[in-house]
Design a protein around this ligand. Structure first.
Ligand SMILES: *Cc1c(COP(=O)(O)O)cnc(C)c1O
Length: 507
């Protein structure tokens, strides 16, 4: 009998020794997972690699012990999308410091899929204690920089689905923001900083003075934490007054060089690209495709948590548009290698105040217009000129995907409704939820379909937005927090009076 799959960190390198059924807060799928027959050789292969990390063993020792297939797995950078008249053989080692193709386009990490496909889907399904083969096949375990990212809660949004979305029974929220620095950015940063660590150390010994990024807050938090853990200098460019206090304090506390610039994110992005072209500073933005290799593991983790049943829809809030492509890449890789037989339909959700992809989609993908993004409660996606727009289009076209938008009122209402069912969501999750509300209204998404909403950051990182929302002057907010705090004298009679008024009809 083949061993069953079990929980593992969905970061690319680690495992948390806990059985899935005991993961707190994680609900298993309602439908019983289909029984699968695995062939004997798969079972034998799986049995030989099923070691849990012992309590006294560190991450690097585990990765070193893990008997990865040695048959020449490799990955490299290729132009994205392939230039029609370009050199079909243009490719670069991941050890080169290169962010753009020779024609100035994007790059993508490509894996030797033939080498990976020598093993069956069942083999890979069983191998998820360590998936570096899917991410950075050639990293030396000694160079790994990890803060135990991944393994995030897949939350059954039972009450939100049932009471507020027309009796949905199979609605899930993937809490990617319940992570070391409070956002999904950790999944990509472990890969990028591990690779920089490899480059800086012998035998490569590249002269990289530090790692830099422009950020709407979460990238700088993640970069500074991983760099601090590895002893690598971090440099972050932030748009002044446009990020939350919680986001600002993280790079400061982690000892990064923080430049607060009098511009928006797109302005910070232009500056960091100029600076990294001039100085030996490695660029950590998601222009750098290594980040997306890590982020794609969230898709693989969702499949694993559903015991390799593919959800019907996955809704992702999008700003710079790397993550929507990363999800596609993770799902598609699992399909190509036979772990699953299809991919979900993807929805990219944008704030109406920063919606260049939505406009592009509505134009029938005819003309992309960068814009100056307006302020939004979903500040991490206030981006008017997304670096990965072409990547997003590939992801959406390949999955019969949809782009939706949400106004400030819609996104904050969706967020606070979710909060009232116990979610404590961030405004970006509110954008994705608002898209779900619309697609349910339009009957595009059915009540019985399995839907995963991707929550991108921890609600606590955006506490101020909840306060501002409560105090906001936006008229007709349908769903303001119903229970503002009441100041009461410390007196039994006064306390009883307030409770009787507040709980009228319930006592
Ligand atoms: C970065 C970020 C996003 C957007 O991801 P992209 O890859 O830039 O589209 C969404 N939500 C939060 C909280 C983020 O930090």
């Amino acid at each position: 009998m083949a061993a069953t799959t079990h929980a593992s960190s969905m970061s690319f390198l680690l495992s948390h020794p806990q059985p899935r059924s005991a993961t707190p807060g994680t609900r298993l799928p309602l439908r019983p997972p289909a029984r699968r027959v695995r062939c004997a050789t798969d079972a034998a292969a799986a049995a030989s690699i099923k070691h849990r990390r012992a309590a006294d063993e560190n991450i690097r020792e585990e990765a070193a012990r893990h008997p990865a297939p040695k048959q020449g797995l490799s990955a490299w950078y290729e132009p994205f999308p392939p230039a029609p008249n370009g050199d079909p053989n243009e490719r670069y080692s991941l050890d080169e410091i290169v962010y753009r193709s020779s024609s100035g386009g994007l790059l993508d990490v490509r894996h030797d899929m033939e080498a990976l496909a020598r093993f069956s889907g069942a083999y890979w399904r069983d191998l998820f204690d360590s998936r570096k083969e899917f991410v950075l096949p050639e990293i030396d375990p000694d160079h790994i920089v990890s803060l135990f990212e991944g393994n995030s809660n897949l939350f059954w949004a039972e009450r939100l689905g049932r009471d507020h979305l027309g009796g949905m029974t199979d609605l899930w929220v993937k809490h990617c923001g319940i992570s070391h620095t409070g956002s999904f950015k950790d999944l990509g940063m472990t890969v990028l900083v591990s690779q920089v660590n490899r480059l800086r150390r012998a035998p490569l010994s590249r002269p990289i003075a530090g790692v830099g990024c422009a950020s709407t807050g979460d990238t700088s938090a993640a970069l500074s934490a991983y760099c601090a853990a590895a002893g690598i200098p971090a440099i972050v460019f932030l748009p002044a007054n446009r990020i939350s206090l919680e986001q600002l304090i993280q790079p400061i506390a982690n000892g990064a060089t923080v430049l607060s610039l009098d511009t928006d994110f797109d302005g910070c992005m232009r500056l960091i690209r100029e600076v990294t072209a001039e100085l030996p500073i490695y660029l950590a933005n998601s222009l750098n495709s290594l980040r997306l290799e890590g982020q794609k593991t969230a898709a693989i983790e969702i499949l694993q948590q559903f015991d390799w049943e593919v959800p019907d829809w996955v809704i992702v809030p999008g700003g710079n548009l790397g993550n929507i492509y990363a999800f596609y890449k993770g799902f598609e890789m699992c399909r190509v290698l036979g772990l699953v037989d299809r991919v979900p339909r993807l929805v990219c959700a944008q704030a109406a105040n920063a919606n260049p992809l939505y406009s592009y989609y509505k134009s029938g993908w005819t003309e992309f217009q960068p814009q100056v993004a307006k302020p939004t409660f979903a500040s991490a996606i206030q981006i008017g000129d997304p670096v990965s727009v072409d990547r997003a289009v590939v992801a959406l076209k390949a999955t019969n995907g949809i782009v939706e938008e949400a106004t400030e009122e819609e996104l904050m209402n969706a967020m606070s409704l979710a909060d009232r069912t116990g979610m404590f969501a961030c405004p970006h999750t509110g954008v994705a939820l608002a898209a779900l509300f619309k697609l349910r209204d339009q009957r595009v998404i059915g009540a019985n379909e399995r839907v995963v909403v991707v929550s991108t950051a921890h609600g606590l990182k955006f506490s101020q937005s909840k306060i501002d929302y409560h105090d906001s002057k936006i008229e007709d907010m349908a769903c303001k927090y119903a229970n503002p705090p009441v100041s009461v004298k410390a007196d039994f009679g006064a306390v009883m009076d307030v409770l009787k008024k507040r709980l009228k009809g319930k006592l």
